[in-house]
Every structure is written in C-alpha cells, then in structure tokens.
Write a protein of this length. Sequence first.
Length: 86
Amino acid sequence: NKWVSFHELVTNPLFQGLKLVPVLYHGKHDPKVLQTLAEEPETSLDGCGDNHIREGIVIKPEIELWNERIGRVALKYVSRNYLMKS
C-alpha cells in the first residue's frame, strides 16, 4: 500500500521477476538529455515496426516524493514528434 523507490524495486527480493520498463537515463536533471531521449524512436517494444514514435519519457525522482498539488511526483515529458504526428 505504498510506492517504493526504484532502488527498493530492483533490490528487494519481494519484487524479483517483475517486468519493468527500461531505464533510459539515471542521473542529475539535464533538460537536453531528457529532450534527446524523448525524441528518439521507440526501441523497447517488440513488434512495433521501424516507424513507431516514442510517446515520451517518464521522469521520476530517485526518492519517492508527494506534492500537495499534483500528488505523486512522476511526470511525463511528451515528445514533439508524438504531438506532431498525423
């Protein structure tokens, strides 16, 4: 009944065997790195085809945070390529 940190998720035997989305970047907040990652073509989904557009990336703090205005802090950076698709 609680959110767990990424560290706990990958180190606690209780969660062993869970399928997780790939981690594309782990480090200090860098807007240029995040923009580059968000705009890359999708690479992790099987059977998507060569022209699948990555919708974006999810950005989460290393330690779980709660914000009174938005709730759990886990934000999505939506790619411009996805927004511009026809």
